[in-house]
Design a protein around this ligand. Structure first.
Ligand SMILES: Cc1cc2nc3c(=O)[nH]c(=O)nc-3n(C[C@H](O)[C@H](O)[C@H](O)COP(=O)(O)OP(=O)(O)OC[C@H]3O[C@@H](n4cnc5c(N)ncnc54)[C@H](O)[C@@H]3O)c2cc1C
Length: 296
């Protein structure tokens, strides 16, 4: 019988002294070296035989990677290696970005969250990543260190396909940067899993809403869909419907229909494509209604 968990292959553990050294090493060993933080995706893939990097480059300890810096006049900078339990417990995140803490709380178990990071969730680029919707609706960007310097990429442009991102060899995500949240906002993440404990989403919907006088409805909503397309989706037509018409149960139902039409799910062990489509409609209606009741 085939062993589906062949065990960890041999690898060299690299602990660079600086971001410059780490980027240089990763660029010089493109294709055979990988950065890692919590390792909750990395070691599973290695154990299952999907990845066999010659070098694992530990970047958790490098400059700024463990910092949470909130400037009430500007933004939140969340060091890439901050684990999810720290995100959930951080008073500045609870106060200003509660949706991020709520989404992180849906990831697996306490034990897993003491290793897993939100930046790792993003770099792994699974369309099922539970924290990605919150990052998208708050319009976060990733800060990247490379051999050529630093740059920022909006998360809305970061995901290119399942497991594929805008990262190049030598790139290290150092932080997630969140603009100030919209005044008076409320958010909700609804995750449908096969159990309540530790499973990836069959479908997930993140909704964020806030008063906005420039919208005809008087409100602006951002809605992100997980596990129903090759990348996390932020369908513009859903936002457009909720901005254009007075918010009523009928408007919300129309937005939920648009969410269902926008998704392109596959059938897999967690659920069929049609089931996912209908669940997206239901979850969107439920999440947007919950947010609407909180901000109206
Ligand atoms: C039992 C179990 C249950 C899980 N349940 C859930 C769940 O319910 N919901 C969910 O969303 N996820 C779940 N996951 C997936 C996982 O925990 C997340 O994707 C996690 O957030 C990844 O973060 P990490 O720090 O562990 O990443 P790592 O494994 O360290 O890295 C992940 C990927 O990012 C790359 N990378 C790491 N750091 C950097 C960096 N600084 N710069 C550039 N690239 C980098 C790595 O090379 C790798 O490709 C589960 C995993 C396990 C093992």
């Amino acid at each position: 019988m085939t062993n589906v968990h062949p065990g960890l292959p041999e690898f060299d553990y690299i602990r660079p002294a600086s971001l410059a050294e780490a980027s240089r090493f990763l660029a010089e060993h493109a294709g055979e070296a990988r950065p890692f933080m919590g390792g909750t995706d990395t070691f599973v893939r290695m154990r299952d035989g999907a990845w066999a990097p010659k070098y694992l480059v530990d970047v958790k300890h490098l400059e700024g990677m463990q910092a949470i810096a909130f400037d009430p006049a500007r933004s939140l900078t969340l060091g890439a290696a901050v684990n999810m339990n720290r995100v959930i417990a951080a008073p500045e995140i609870q106060a200003h970005y509660p949706l991020l803490a709520q989404a992180a709380r849906t990831v697996a178990s306490y034990q897993l969250r003491s290793r897993a990071t939100i930046a790792g969730n993003a770099c792994n680029a699974s369309p099922a990543g539970d924290t990605l919707g919150a990052c998208l609706v708050y319009d976060a960007a990733v800060a990247i260190h490379s051999v050529d310097g630093t740059r920022a990429v909006r998360l809305r442009e970061f995901f290119l396909g399942p497991g594929k991102t805008a990262l190049k060899p030598g790139d290290i995500v150092t932080a997630l940067m969140f603009p100030l949240p919209p005044a008076g906002h409320s958010g909700k993440y609804l995750k449908l899993g096969r159990n309540v404990l530790s499973d990836l989403a069959i479908a997930g919907v993140t909704a964020l809403g806030y008063p906005d006088a420039s919208a005809a409805s008087g409100f602006r909503f951002h809605v992100a869909l997980a596990s129903v397309a090759p990348v996390p989706l932020l369908p513009p037509e859903v936002e457009a419907i909720l901005a254009a018409e007075p918010i009523t149960p009928e408007t919300i139902a129309a937005a939920a229909d648009a969410a269902m039409a926008a998704c392109k799910p596959i059938s897999d062990v967690r659920g069929g494509a049609d089931y996912r489509r209908y669940m997206v409609r239901n979850l969107t209606r439920q999440a947007v209604t919950t947010v609407w009741e909180a901000i109206a």
